[in-house]
Design a protein around this ligand. Sequence first.
Ligand code: HEM
Length: 398
Amino acid sequence: MNYELDFSNPDFLENPYPYYKKLRALDNPIWVPQAAEMPSSSKGIWFFSRYDDAVTILKQSISISNDVSKVRSESETNPFFMHMLNRDGTDHARLRGLVSKFFSVRYIKSIESHMAKVVEDLLDTIETKKTVDLISDFAEQVPFGVIANIIGIPVTDMPKIREWIILIGDGFDTMLITEDIIKKQQQALLDFLKYLRHLIKDEQFDKESMLYSLLQAKEEGEINEDELIGMVGFILGAGHESTIGLIGNGLWLLLSHPEQWQLLVKRPDLIPQAIEEALRFESPLQRSNFRIAEKDIDINGFKVKSGEQISVIIAAANHDENIFDDAESFNILRNPNPHIAFGVGIHNCLGKQLARIEVRIAFEKLIARFPNMKLQSTVPKWRRNTFFRALNELVVTP
Ligand code: HEM
């Protein structure tokens, strides 16, 4: 069977899951040619959509590489891309090790009261309004407050960082790319790079911050300047973009399933389970970063040739009916829920516990304070991006 997936089809952007279902039913993964506009030496990408294949690929780190510089042009491999997700082996371990203490249970515990304060201040403002956009007034603001504090920058820098990250992220969406998007991405990369270079010259950092710790590591020769810039830029982006998606998607799913919202009002202990189901059902990162086959490899019977690119459609794997009963239903009581929204293998999300706790605090406080919150519209306004699944706005009456 031949099946072409048109990622620019508005129906796909609205609801990709029926398309993913068709992909999972195919004998083979699909080959999506690289958009002509992409400044890349690669010709296309194999997209894998079944859960078993996804896990096999993400767990494989010996014959599958994450090093984008092997196939991408120089303009795509500037310092901004020197972070851990694009590195292999000992370099990956070294970079991940340098920041891992900021993701430990102990560290996250130490910032829980800060997270609660960020959420409560936002809820105080929401209380004064008749209608609220939960994306701009809440989903964006929570991760802004949290990640700025961890990195050690003023929270007032976050809105402009978000603008750059959106333009850079649109440029990553190889499926919808146009020359105009590439131009805007290149400009955003230059502006963000300028900001980061300026940032690391500052000498006034809080000694507890990640930036201070990375600058110390640079002094000691454990990380070079390009890697430092790549790591700070990546964690600033990763630290807010998908979390905004999770908060917005989760609140949309709960408010559009009022019986499940009401269940959480009565049983807040179910909030962590509801978050896992939101991660599965509307995965904020729909696909993994792409990887490159280091040699001819076999993925559960399918042959990928050396040098070819591979990507996993995480969101398709999370709807695989072979793993999840009634996979197309949103059900906060689902248990077990072995979704892979945070990836698996050595590149599994370093910020996953932080994101889980941050969003738990946000949902607990919001639901307790506004148990009768109502949607203004039952039509979701999805962002036009096939990589990040997130809403542009979510208007409610608190
Ligand atoms: C709901 C929120 C989040 C989701 C859904 C998410 C998802 C993911 C996924 C799927 C990956 C693996 C990508 C791949 O293998 O290609 C990943 C990696 C990563 N994420 Fe997250 N993430 C979230 C929040 C965060 C936060 C809050 C941070 C940091 C503050 C963060 C930092 C990272 C880092 C550093 C990596 C790369 C790990 C490595 O290469 O070893 N993420 N994330």
